[in-house]
Ligand binder design. Structure first.
Ligand SMILES: [Zn+2]
Length: 590
């Protein structure tokens, strides 16, 4: 079945060339590299462990560059083992090799873990003096970012105790949540969560309505436990923030993202001030679907007239390269390398893992891209997305291993930007008005899912964390109220949220596993739209700056990396620029 599809699409031979890493599992270089890592890690440990306070700048430079080189060789081994496994997950040899490299890797990592611990607890005066030495300029951001948690660390025995009890903390509660969701049967048909959620996208309204009711019934049957887990984790965060002296419930996430609290506040404020955009869109969607009233279970109803076509691999390649070339010749050339040099694995194979990714590999080799290409228009977009990552990784490689890793909120910039460029290119090829409308509407819905929906969820998180801190344990009804209030705000009077919808806060895993994280999606998407807005204003000056941003990788904070664009992340006008792009797309179809 899949063989036939691969043949039709021309992806049969689109396989990556892992020999750029090692010749195969039997390559003698694998053992040589492992031996070298082990002895180097031991040498580093013997020479530097316990000596950080007395290091000179030049010996710190020596230590950090040796650690970087060690990580690079380890990275090459683990990338090879991982990529080799990824396309043949049922192969016992590939699995055992991956496991072996992981075990060897963590044994090696353990020998050098002293560095992060000692660097973090080093006296601030000494650390600053070292970091600011001109010889360490190249590693300044790396050293500073490793130390950014230093003011929030507890004493050594306290930290050890917390690590000791961590397995029965947040992780155990989120695991309980996953187990409950996995075991719960939804509605009369006893369906799984996945099955019910998938039906929310069904074209038949009765089926969507039933899916929504079933989801509610299932969640309701577990609500007392879900409420207990939520309360426990809200309290866990409250206690942790107090012990570590974080000023607000979101501060630790912002520190992780290397973003100021004020910047996030401006982002949230600017997005919520434009809730007229989703409201206007759903008013239009109601018309397009020919409905009198739109309910929560109608939000994901598919739009009529979407262009249906099967895109061969050759057409996909041509489409993506042409779209990138419209933007920048350099970008198209780099993307072309992935196709001509066999850096992509595209066919659908039994035993290959699902989804898609771009792997940066190591700066001395090149990135790899994996997709499961089925030939629909969504897949072409995925190829552009992953190539966006790949181009970013390729350009950032010159910065070295420690500096090539992008800060989290910028991690999706190149990929989402690449998708947007492809979208504009594809849109320009569509001729009928109804196709264009459906195509834009589909893109708008995906933008809403990352911008408005995530910010509305952030508002729910904000109210529930603060309510837990002020009011104590929260009843399910109180959480329902906060959920309904924050979600209704986004839709205005265009979508009627049924009473059933009020408990839908209870199935969202992010609230439990990574509190505060959801705004990062909105940040990334809106940043790209805002940058795209700058591109539209002055294409010639934008492109080189954009490529410089990608080349900079993770060598600085998001704030500093964006400086050349003259943007101020704390200025609502910058974020409004991104929102105006959405507004413009909506106006095209209104
Ligand atoms: Zn991505």
């Amino acid at each position: 079945m899949s063989n036939e599809l691969n043949r039709t699409l021309g992806t049969e031979d689109i396989l990556w060339q892992l020999a750029d890493l090692y010749q195969g599992l039997e390559d003698p270089r694998i053992d040589t590299d492992l031996d070298q890592c082990r002895s180097e890690a031991k040498a580093i440990q013997a020479k530097f462990s316990g000596n950080l306070p007395s290091l000179t700048a030049s010996s710190l430079l020596n230590l950090v560059s040796r650690l970087e080189n060690l990580s690079l060789v380890r990275g090459r081994l683990s990338t090879f083992a991982f990529l080799n496994f990824t396309t043949q997950t049922q192969d016992a040899k590939a699995g055992a090799f991956l496991q072996k490299i992981r075990e060897e890797g963590s044994a090696i990592a353990k020998l050098t873990v002293f560095f992060e611990l000692e660097w973090n607890t080093l006296d601030e005066g000494i650390a600053n003096q070292l970091m600011n030495d001109s010889s360490l300029k190249h590693y300044h951001h790396y050293l500073a970012s490793v130390r950014r948690y230093a003011p929030h660390l507890l004493s050594h025995p306290e930290e050890s105790l917390l690590i000791e009890i961590a397995p029965v903390g947040r992780g155990a509660w989120t695991l309980l949540f996953e187990k409950i969701m996995g075991h719960t049967k939804f509605g009369d048909k006893q369906r799984t969560e996945e099955e019910v959620l998938a039906d929310l996208y069904h074209e038949n309204r009765a089926i969507r309505q039933e899916a929504a009711r079933d989801l509610t019934l299932g969640l309701n049957s577990q609500l007392h436990i879900l409420t207990h887990i939520t309360n426990t984790l809200l309290a866990d965060k409250m206690i942790d923030d107090r012990l570590r002296h974080y000023p607000g419930w979101l501060s630790s996430m912002n520190l992780y993202n290397e973003i100021h609290d004020d910047t996030v506040a401006v982002l949230v404020q600017t997005v919520t001030s434009r809730y007229d955009i989703p409201a206007r869109y759903y008013r239009l969607k109601k018309q397009l679907l020919g409905l009198d009233q739109l309910f929560d279970y109608d939000r994901y109803a598919p739009l009529p007239n979407l262009p249906a076509q099967q895109v061969s691999w050759a057409e996909c390649r041509q489409m993506v390269i042409a779209a990138f070339a419209d933007f920048s010749g350099e970008m198209a050339e780099i993307a072309d390398l992935f196709f001509t040099k066999n850096w992509i694995h595209a066919p659908i194979l039994e035993g290959k893992r699902g989804g898609a990714f771009a792997h940066p590999c190591t700066p001395d080799v090149h990135p790899y891209v994996m997709v499961n290409y089925t030939g629909n228009i969504r897949d072409v977009s995925t190829v552009a997305h992953e190539l966006g990552h790949g181009i970013h990784q390729h350009l950032a490689a010159d910065r070295g291993y420690f500096n090539s890793d992008t800060p989290l909120v910028l991690a999706e910039t190149a990929s989402v930007f690449a998708e947007l460029i492809l979208f504009q290119h594809q849109l320009s090829q569509l001729t009928t008005q109804s196709e264009r409308t459906a195509f834009i509407a589909q893109k708008l819905e995906s933008i809403f899912a990352t911008v408005f929906r995530q910010i509305a969820m952030n508002r729910f998180e904000d109210l529930s964390h603060n309510a837990r801190r002020e009011e104590g344990e929260l009843a399910s009804e109180r959480l329902n109220e906060l959920w309904q209030q924050t979600q209704q705000a986004m839709f205005g009077d265009t979508v009627t949220l049924t009473d059933d919808y009020a408990i839908w806060w209870s199935y969202i895993p992010h609230f439990l596993g990574t509190p505060g994280y959801v705004y990062s999606y909105a940040f990334g998407e809106l940043l790209v739209l805002a940058l795209y807005n700058l591109y539209l204003q002055d294409k010639d000056s934008f492109v080189p700056k954009y490529l410089e941003l990608l080349k900079a990788g993770g060598s600085d904070s998001p704030h500093n990396l964006l400086q050349p664009f003259g943007v101020d992340l704390n200025d609502p006008a910058f974020w409004s620029g991104g929102l105006n792009v959405i507004d413009g797309m909506l106006r095209q179809i209104e």
